[in-house]
Design a protein around this ligand. Structure first.
Ligand code: FES
Ligand SMILES: [Fe+2]
Length: 383
């Protein structure tokens, strides 16, 4: 395999690779799971993260306690597996909005928990067959952070530092990212391709002028003005927005490519779009999720903004679904162009997190393949 090569196509259709993504890739990354503004003090929110039921809580601050966050608004959120330690039942059904709650009561045998995950009481507590200690039975906690307008959760015990996963965002647009904003709209759509094909495509700055001539290309402007930045964990395409452009404010339009399968778009007028391509249950399916954030005064125009976003994303649909068929037929991908360097940079991170160099896949996955790392656009760093 050439040194500056794209990932080989068998990595997009191997169940062993998908399993390794679950054990080595997904677990090392932080996942945006909710808008910061969606969870108030004293509330709980049940969500699904990669098929795993998760509870987000924001325990109310103690009355005399100092403010828990610099802005003094809210104490920090916590995340737990939504799984009662007694017999595994979910404490709360997912799919509903955040609700105020003093304690979580398991619907099966009535154990109750505080929003800090501690067991407060069990039914008929004096009658267990062995000595029973409440402190031995807290909810299992997950790493949880707030950064920018989002709440982030990591499923594994050893995630990358979140600031490293978002290093380019913080370095290039830290103040803009930190601006207060609300979730204005959110939509999900299915795509008939492996998530990596959709993620590759959204990192691909080579196709925009050809495939999106009247949509994204107009937003991003002339290719000669493209500026790229790469880090070991992220990529950036920055383009200048002229006064009176789509963003109604001049400045820089930032498109960040982030692990694990995420794209963060930032406009100078404080709009922020998050696009993720979540792996599907089948290897040739994924779910595209689009979140739009902005200042409250943009709420009325959120549906037309979403229509614009979905407009260019639908232009990509037939391309990624067609590429899926090409990859599935055993393609050896062609040479990488300068404007595809963000794909190579992300794929270098993917190889490192999966530790592909030291992995011997089952024979049926890669019958005659030796995996070698590509020449990285920047020096790889330990993850
Ligand atoms: S499963 Fe929750 S109390 Fe038994
Ligand atoms: Fe595209």
């Amino acid at each position: 395999m050439a040194l500056a090569a794209f990932l080989p196509s068998w990595l997009y259709s191997s169940t062993a690779v998908a399993e390794r993504e679950r054990s080595h890739y997904n677990q090392r990354c932080w996942h945006p799971v909710a808008a910061r503004s969606a969870l108030e003090s004293g509330q709980v929110l049940a969500i699904e993260l990669l098929g795993q039921p998760v509870l987000l809580t924001r325990p109310a601050a103690k009355p005399q306690a100092p403010p828990a966050t610099p802005d003094g608004d809210n104490p920090p959120p916590r995340a737990f597996l939504n799984r009662c330690p007694h017999r595994g039942v979910a404490l709360l059904e997912s799919g509903t909005a955040a609700q105020s709650c003093r304690r979580l009561i398991c619907p099966y045998h009535g154990w109750s928990y505080g929003l800090n995950g501690q067991l407060l009481a069990a039914a008929r507590e004096g009658e267990f067959l062995e000595p029973f200690n409440r402190d031995d039975w807290p909810l299992q906690e997950l790493a949880c952070r707030e950064l920018g307008p989002l709440i982030w959760v990591a499923l594994g015990p050893n995630p990358l530092p979140l600031e490293r996963q978002l290093d380019l965002v913080l370095d290039e647009a830290g103040e803009l990212f930190a601006e207060p904003r609300q979730l204005l709209a959110r939509e999900q759509r299915g795509l008939a391709c492996n998530w990596k094909i959709a993620h590759d495509n959204t990192l691909d700055d080579y196709h925009v002028a050809i495939a999106h001539p009247t949509t994204l290309h107009r937003e991003q402007g002339p290719v000669r003005l493209y500026r790229h930045a790469l880090s070991p964990h992220g990529t950036l395409l920055a383009t200048p927005l002229p006064p009176g452009g789509e963003g109604n404010a001049s400045g820089t339009f930032f498109t960040f490519g982030l692990a694990p399968w995420t794209h963060l778009l930032l406009w100078p007028d404080r709009r922020l779009a998050l696009i993720s391509f979540l792996p599907g249950a089948a290897l040739d399916r994924c779910t595209m999720e689009v979140w739009l954030f902005g200042p409250p005064e943009l709420a009325e125009s959120a549906s037309s903004w979403m229509a614009v976003m979905q407009g260019f994303l639908e232009e990509d649909r037939h391309l990624v679904e067609s590429a899926q068929r090409g990859y599935a037929s055993g393609l050896s991908p062609g040479p990488a162009h300068r404007l595809e360097q963000r794909i190579l940079q992300w794929q270098a991170l993917y190889r490192r997190l999966l530790d592909l160099e030291h992995w011997q896949p089952p024979a049926e996955s890669a019958p005659h393949v030796t995996i070698r790392p590509p020449r990285a656009a920047t020096a790889p760093s330990p993850c």
